[in-house]
Ligand binder design. Structure first.
Ligand code: NAD
Ligand code: UDP
Ligand code: UDP
Length: 316
């Protein structure tokens, strides 16, 4: 028997990298979980271990179309997250962020559900302020190859705040910084997955530019903790709140750490820097510390060590 009083939680993008861990954690908390995904970048293998759970339900659906279900909470994660995937069909990427947000916000308005948006550090663009605080408005190109993602996510934040002010929808916005871990798509072109796969296969490690650009990498379980804490805040807490690990590394440092941890002899090669690639990125997490009592617990080396066996299992 499932619990008739269980909280009903919808996770859009639930078959993706982050979404699948979130579904898992919500089920562990006793909730009924409805995973909504169109399988653009997500896979059944990410959630196959949850399929036997009677409190888990999977719906193949594209969030750019309306959806009528009854839920208490919504985590809106549907959106390809890696540059390779979001630039594959940029119009669909913007539609997913914008039409998708309108549909899930309409659903939240009708059902009075709380709704959390997976926003991104990309709303800060190539930032002129370092580290990035939530009140920085960003430095984003409106017409470049990354704009479908960045501007789609910015517009989604606008929609969330307009539904909050106009319709009193209970919103929460998390600005997620680079996150990594098992179940990342091995071919998503992101730096952690690329470097680990290249190191394990003995292929050259492709550093774009001079490798002096920086990122701050958060292990997936820390992110999930932050998202769940944000959803549990009182209604007046809307965010945006940065969720990320402030440990900042150059891309070259990341490459060297991965070589060391995998024991690989791969060489480092340098390739052109993609257009609009942010030069530095580091979250200021003061708000998350004060409002959520949250900070990441897993350092880069530890998180990479936890991730490498997953990538090894793919290499065979
Ligand atoms: P992912 O690509 O693994 O997951 C996204 C999921 O959304 C996939 O399962 C995909 O199939 C699904 N999806 C895409 N378009 C859809 C649509 N139109 N309808 C229904 N489902 C759709 O990426 P992820 O890393 O798990 O990211 C999850 C969320 O977190 C995304 O919204 C992303 O923008 C955000 N985020 C992630 C990171 C990160 O570093 N991983 C950083 C910032 C923000
Ligand atoms: N919507 C949805 N599920 C719902 C309620 C609304 O998908 O349970 C969609 C609806 O199709 C609409 C969008 O969400 O296109 C926005 O809804 P809202 O009520 O804000 O706008 P309206 O229907 O008045 O245009
Ligand atoms: N990057 C790299 N080699 C790769 C993939 C990415 O040097 O094989 C760089 C990329 O140019 C960027 C950083 O690593 O400076 C992070 O890239 P990713 O696509 O993971 O995330 P984002 O740019 O969205 O933060």
């Amino acid at each position: 028997m499932t619990n008739p009083y269980a909280k009903r939680i919808m996770v859009t993008g639930g078959a993706g990298f982050v979404g699948s861990f979130l579904c898992e954690r919500l089920l562990e908390s006793g909730a009924d979980v409805l995973c909504v995904d169109n399988f653009f970048t997500g896979t059944r293998s990410n959630i196959v271990h949850l399929m036997g759970n009677p409190q888990f339900e999977l719906l193949r659906h594209d969030v750019t179309f309306p959806l009528y279900v009854e839920v208490d909470e919504i985590y809106n994660l549907a959106c390809p997250a890696s540059p390779v995937h979001y630039q594959f069909d940029p119009v669909q990427t913007t539609k997913t962020s914008v039409h998708g947000a309108i549909n899930v916000l309409g659903l939240a308005k009708r059902t009075r559900a709380k709704i959390l948006q997976a926003s991104t550090s990309e709303v800060y663009g190539d930032p002129a302020v370092h580290p990035q605080t939530e009140d920085y408005w960003g430095n984003v190109n409106t017409i470049g190859p990354r704009s479908c993602y960045d501007e789609g996510k910015r517009c989604a934040e606008t929609l969330f705040f307009d539904y909050y002010r106009q319709h009193k929808v209970k919103i929460k916005i998390a600005r997620i910084f680079n996150t990594y871990g098992p179940r990342m798509h091995p071919d998503d072109g992101r730096v952690v997955s690329n470097f680990i796969m290249q190191a394990l296969r003995g292929e050259a490690i492709t550093i774009y530019g001079d490798g002096q650009q920086t990122r701050s990498f958060c292990y997936v379980s820390d992110l999930i903790d932050g998202l769940i804490r944000l959803m549990a805040t009182p209604d007046e807490v809307t965010g945006p709140i940065n969720i990320g690990n402030p440990g900042e590394f150059t891309i070259k440092e990341l490459a060297e750490t991965i070589l060391e941890l995998t024991g690989s002899k791969s060489e480092l090669i340098f390739k052109p820097l993609p257009q609009d690639d942010p030069k530095q990125r580091q979250p200021d997490i003061t708000r998350a510390q004060q409002i959520l009592g949250w900070e990441p617990t897993i350092k880069l080396r530890e998180g990479l060590t936890k991730s490498i066996p997953y990538f090894k299992s793919l290499v065979g």
